[in-house]
Design a binder for this molecule. Structure first.
Ligand code: RIB
Ligand code: CA
Length: 307
């Protein structure tokens, strides 16, 4: 049976490819897309999500959500995703957002679904946390929480923190305490999915349609990462969707994970206890390895299947 899921995002260049992958995967029953401010502000991420959904001709409602974290001010990542969030690649405008807000839509879908629903978060976790804080009884309706967030070590927005965790560490802490299965797709995992110009050139030869071309155009705007000798850019968010499609591509380790909620330079750091040194029970499944070749073939095949 297709996996019922809600995809919460902040499009975002890699969010765009994650959305396309989800739209192209019949294994998934995508009930809703919810949007937060993150890579860029909500005034950009929401229309981006609507445009990407329309481009794929996906019949999925898109809901506006939080424009800032649970605590503190909104901070973006313009340098990676551009001021518009899609690297300056202009798409035809999508349709209107769904009338109900993200938190209300998440709660309604969880409450009404015949089966438990998987929550996939590929942006700041504010919407997901707010929904489960507002109605704690709905936690029992959550099958799994899959989050692109955190890092074993070095961050990408500060030395200690990954962007999504750093953007709203309190929201991540809430999700880690729900008691439901949490799967973390960290920077160390996504570093294994390094997109190079050769990948994009190969994808473009696939033919495909507007979505494949848009995906390549958008991804081509992402600066090659200094962390990887400018060989390419890690493709973060599609890894979270791929976990649901092909869990066999991943290595896994159960760990206790805690988020630094302090005001200092390591705020938002995910403290992942690889060796159980703290003696605390594991509260997350951390993805450790990825078969990148199979992942990229899956992604390219699915992108090529879109309109
Ligand atoms: O750190 C990478 C994550 O932050 C990705 O989800 C990217 O889209 C940004 O949201
Ligand atoms: Ca994202």
């Amino acid at each position: 049976m297709p996996i019922p899921l809600i995809l919460d995002c902040d499009p975002g260049t890699d969010d765009a490819l994650a959305l396309f992958l989800a739209f192209a995967s019949p294994e998934l029953d995508l009930r809703a897309i919810t949007v937060a401010g993150g890579n860029v502000g909500l005034p950009q991420t929401l229309p981006n999500a609507l445009a990407l959904t329309a481009l794929a001709r996906a019949r999925v409602p898109v809901h506006a959500g939080a424009d800032r974290p649970l605590l503190g001010d909104f901070r973006s990542a313009h340098d990676i995703h551009g001021a518009d969030g899609l690297g300056g690649i202009v798409l035809p405008a999508g349709g209107p957002a769904a009338p109900d807000l993200a938190v209300d839509a998440i709660r309604r879908i969880l409450r009404e679904s015949a089966d438990p629903v998987t929550l996939v978060g590929i942006g700041p976790a504010t919407n997901l946390a707010l929904a489960l804080m507002a109605e704690p009884s709905l936690r029992a309706r959550v099958a799994e929480i899959v989050l692109m967030t955190g890092a074993w070590g070095e961050g990408n927005i500060t030395p200690g923190a990954e962007f999504n965790a750093w953007s709203d560490p309190e929201a991540l802490a809430v999700l880690l305490r729900t008691g439901r299965p949490v799967t973390l797709v960290t920077l160390d995992l996504t570093a294994q999915a390094l997109v190079t110009p050769a990948h994009l050139a190969a994808w473009r030869t696939r033919g495909g349609g507007t979505c494949l071309r848009a995906a390549c155009d958008i991804q081509a705007t992402v600066p090659a990462s200094v962390r990887f000798d400018r060989q390419g850019a890690p493709l973060h968010d599609p890894c979270a969707v791929a976990w649901l499609l092909r869990p066999d591509l991943f290595g896994v380790q159960e760990c206790h994970v805690e988020v630094d909620l302090g005001p200092g330079p390591s705020r938002g750091r995910t403290v992942i206890d690889r060796w159980g040194r703290r003696g605390l029970p594991a509260n997350a499944r951390v993805l450790t390895t990825l078969d990148a070749d199979v992942f990229f073939t899956l992604l390219a095949d699915r992108l090529a299947s879109l309109p």
